[in-house]
Write a protein that binds this ligand. Structure first.
Ligand code: CTP
Ligand code: MG
Length: 191
């Protein structure tokens, strides 16, 4: 596993997951509707604007990365879909434009998966009776990661070692970000 390329691969999903916090608001995805259990389907924390912002910025980041370092992401992009013997030798160099298109498509899939996982996480949280904003690492942080990886699977398979690394990285970033938000006074508690 290549740590740098694993991080590059998941970066668009992180952006997709983070931007709704900044750009979200307005009409909720569930339009305020309640599920058969009487609770909201998704809750006010999931908005259309946040959803589209996540997909847009996740894809945009991927396009920029693909354009700037096509040789690096070109390899990352193909590596898991090439026979092992061809790795490193049979890969044609990518131009900035094709890097932008290829990594952009990957970024779009990652972002759609991240947003889908995020919605599904909220759906499960509401069924469990958790209020919007109530933290749950498994549902908040793992759902988006699992579905981002799953949606991108046709273009880039992820090995078990790489997946475990991404889970650990996501958890570490999650803890670090909450600590930072607490220190900056954006969050009352450091978790
Ligand atoms: N957000 C949004 N649209 C989305 C996802 C997030 O507008 N599709 C915004 C909302 O303002 C939300 C904030 O980003 O409150 C934080 O997102 P998240 O932690 O995913 O939502 P929660 O409010 O914690 O709600 P839930 O318990 O359903 O996860
Ligand atoms: Mg939350």
């Amino acid at each position: 596993m290549d740590i740098l390329r694993a991080i590059l691969f998941i970066l668009p999903a992180y952006f997709a997951n983070a931007t709704p916090v900044i750009f979200g608001g307005g009409a909720p995805v569930d339009f305020g509707k309640k599920f058969s259990d009487g609770r909201r389907v998704l809750g006010d924390g999931k908005t259309w604007r946040g959803l589209f912002a996540g997909i847009f910025f996740g894809t945009l980041v991927a396009v920029v990365i693909g354009y700037c370092i096509p040789d690096v992401v070109g390899y990352a992009f193909f590596a898991s879909r090439l026979p092992r013997t061809e790795m490193g030798s049979g890969i044609p160099p990518l131009s900035g434009e094709s890097g932008a298109v290829l990594f952009g498509i990957l970024g779009f899939l990652l972002s759609c998966g991240a947003m889908f996982g995020d919605l599904l996480g909220s759906f499960v949280k509401r069924r469990m009776g958790a209020a919007p904003g109530q933290p749950s690492f498994a549902l908040d942080q793992l759902m988006f990661l699992v579905f981002a990886v799953a949606f991108a699977w046709p273009l880039r398979a992820v090995g078990l070692d790489e997946f475990v690394f991404l889970v650990v990285l996501t958890y570490a970033l999650h803890v670090l970000m909450n600590l930072l938000a607490n220190r900056l006074g954006l969050k009352k508690v450091p978790w």
